[in-house]
Every structure is written in C-alpha cells, then in structure tokens.
Design a protein around this ligand. Structure first.
Ligand SMILES: C[S@@+](CC[C@H](N)C(=O)[O-])C[C@H]1O[C@@H](n2cnc3c(N)ncnc32)[C@H](O)[C@@H]1O
Length: 357
C-alpha cells in the first residue's frame, strides 16, 4: 500500500476504533458481571485521572512509533492493518458466551479447571492453571480461538503494536550477519502462542527461516492455520517447554520471546533466558517483550496492581519487581538495552562473539 496522508488517517481511525471497542467491551462486561455474578467482581484500586492521562499519552506515543517504523521500512505498512478480521468477528460472540464460566471460576477461586484429558506429566506444574481465568487455560482449541481477540480487547487494540516493537531491535541485531544471505538466517519465537509475532517477523524479514515453540499444542495448531496457509515458506512449529528447547546449541541468529516471562516463576524465567543464549550463535540477538515493571514505569503501578487482581496472573507480582537485565547478564548476554512502549518493556541483548566455555 503506498503511503498517503489518508493511510495515516486510516491507521489512526482503526486504532481509535479498536480502543473504543475494547473499552466498551470491558465496561459492558463488568456491568454484566456486577448484575449477574456480583461475588465474582474483583476489588480494584480506583484509577486517578492522572494515570488515565498518562496511559492515553503512552498509547498515542506507541501508535506514532508504530506508524513511523512502518514508514522507515522496518515492516510493511500493510501490516498495520493486518488481522484475521472476519474470523475475529465470527468469534466475538463466543467471547461473550464464555464470560459466565469465567465468573464462576473467579467466584469459586478455581484456577485448576482444565480439560479432563490433560496429561499433567507433559507440563510443568506452574503451567497447569487458568491464566487470566480463561476457559481451559491454554489447553484447548476453544481457548486458542479466543485468545488473540481477548488480548486485543485487554490492551484496547494495541497488542499487535506492542508486539511489533521487537522488530526494529531484531533487525538491528541481525545486521551482525549482514554478510550472509537473508534466507540463511534462522529466527526462533519462544512461546509463540498463536504466532502473531512470527507473522510480524515474516512481514519484516520475508526470507528468514522461522521457528516457533510453545507448550500448547492447541495454540500451535491455531498458529499453523494462520501461518502456513499460503505460498510463504513453511514456519516450523514445535511443542516444547521454553526451559528446555529441542534445538541444537548455537544454531540460530535471532530469538524473540513475547509476553511469556510474567507467566513464569523466577527460576523458569532464568531457564528460558539461558536456553535462548544456548541456541543462539555467538553474535546472535535476543529480543524480549513483556509487561512494563515497577522500576521503569512506577506511574503505572496501580494499573499493574489492578491487572493482577482482575486476571489470574500468579507470577505477575514477582515479575514486575524482577531484574530482567541482571538475568540476561547472568545468562551470558551482553549489550543489554531496554525501552518502554505503552504497557510493554522491550529488552534487546547479544550473545558475545568470543564465548569462553
Ligand atoms: C500470554 S501468552 C503469549 C503468547 C504470544 N507470545 C503472544 O504474543 O501472544 C503465553 C504463552 O506462553 C506459553 N507458555 C507458557 N509457559 C511456557 C513454557 N514454559 N514454555 C513454552 N511456552 C509456554 C503459553 O502456552 C502461551 O501460549
């Protein structure tokens, strides 16, 4: 799509529409919960006007950045408009139909309501929960079908814009291998879920070989439907724990990991970073994105606290106080940098060139 003033207006209008839709959905669903299941309503801290203004300003900055980086050619402008709109529209009623069971779990403080056929030996204990109180946790096609829509609603339509912030540091880091053919670059997305980040990387680096891993077969099935449905090179999807990747040492040039760390206990967080380090070739780049933390965004402290109260996020409180830079360095990474974009912190790090084992 050729860029015109109209396309920027179209982008801004789309974002505004998603934001209004997200806010309206949350407002309406909370009202409905108050009416139908008052015992399920979580107690939250009241949000001061200053916080709302800060959030609005940070969201506007994110959208400017999202637009600018498309203009710089970091990814195609068409990506700003890309989403499975028809599928989302047809799945939206399911999001509403799913709410009563969410309220019941919340009311009963039941966070272990998983599909009967789940084999617990295939997963770490911390994973076997209903994160966000969502039906089936991460363990069904039903959950995978609703996930992207639910995340877009949660972030008022900015989830993809936040994920896209990994692309610029990823491309910068890959310049280290600029003497190689683009098709020889291998990039892994750890805990890819339904593959939104891989889709974005494919738009940005169309020749690279892409691999995605996740613990949920259902989420990978959804990723497969969306990623491997056209003429683009196949994306390899592997069911695997990010703490123990079934990939050989030093065989990848880039790795990403988006919105995983806050769902892990500290030890597992470190194991994932260690694994990213192991599979990267010296000189390789690792880009992480996750929730902002108390140290970088103290002004959003109440929003973080409310997020934890409304959604079942058992490791979030520990995560927002964790020192991710120290963890990256403990894994062996160097040149660690970090930036904040709205509710997301993005870290970029490099595996040193001359590693002494
Ligand atoms: C909040 S979602 C993020 C998914 C995706 N990266 C995104 O941007 O939407 C967390 C994902 O991490 C996966 N996950 C959680 N713990 C994991 C682990 N130890 N190893 C691999 N995947 C894990 C879940 O199955 C889920 O798909």
């Amino acid at each position: 799509m050729a860029s015109t003033p109209l396309s920027k207006l179209a982008y801004k209008t789309l974002q505004q529409g998603k934001s209004i839709a997200g806010l309206a959905h949350k407002e309406l669903s909370t009202k409905l919960m108050e009416l139908m299941a008052p015992e399920a309503v979580p107690s939250t801290e009241s949000v001061p006007a200053e916080l709302l203004n800060n959030l609005r300003a940070a969201m506007a900055q994110l959208e400017e950045r999202d637009w600018d980086e498309a203009q710089q050619g970091i990814y195609p402008e068409s990506q700003l408009f890309d989403a499975p709109w028809l599928e989302w529209a047809s799945r939206y009623p399911q999001v509403w139909l799913d709410l009563p069971s969410t309220w019941t779990r919340r009311k009963e403080r039941n966070v272990k309501d998983l599909p009967k056929q789940t084999d617990p030996t295939l997963f770490p204990d911390y994973y076997l929960q209903n994160f966000h109180h969502q039906t089936d946790g991460y363990l069904s096609d039903h959950s995978a079908e609703l996930y992207d829509l639910q995340v877009e609603i949660l972030f008022n339509g900015t989830a993809d814009a936040m994920r896209r912030r990994v692309l610029a540091p990823l491309k910068r880091g890959l310049k280290h291998f600029s003497d190689r053919s683009p098709a020889s670059l291998r990039i892994l997305d750890i805990a890819t879920g339904t593959g939104r980040t891989l889709q974005q990387i494919r738009g940005s680096l169309p020749h690279a070989e892409l691999i995605g891993t996740d613990l949920s077969e259902a989420y990978l099935r959804q990723a497969n439907r969306w990623l491997n449905n056209g003429s683009s090179p196949l994306v390899q999807l592997i069911r695997a724990n990010g703490e123990a990747l079934p990939l050989a040492d030093a065989t990848l040039q880039g790795a990403t990991c988006v919105f995983l760390l806050h769902e892990l206990p500290g030890e597992a967080r470190q194991n994932v970073l260690d694994e990213a380090w192991r599979v990267l070739e010296p000189g390789g780049v690792f880009v992480l994105a996750d929730s902002v933390q108390l140290a970088d965004s103290p002004q959003f402290g109440i929003a973080m606290e409310n997020f934890r109260r409304v959604f079942h996020e058992p490791f979030y409180r520990d995560y927002i106080g964790d020192d991710i830079e120290a963890r990256l360095k403990a894994s062996g990474f160097e040149a660690v940098t970090a930036e904040t974009h709205f509710m997301t912190r993005v870290w970029s790090a490099r595996k040193p060139e001359a590693h002494q084992p």
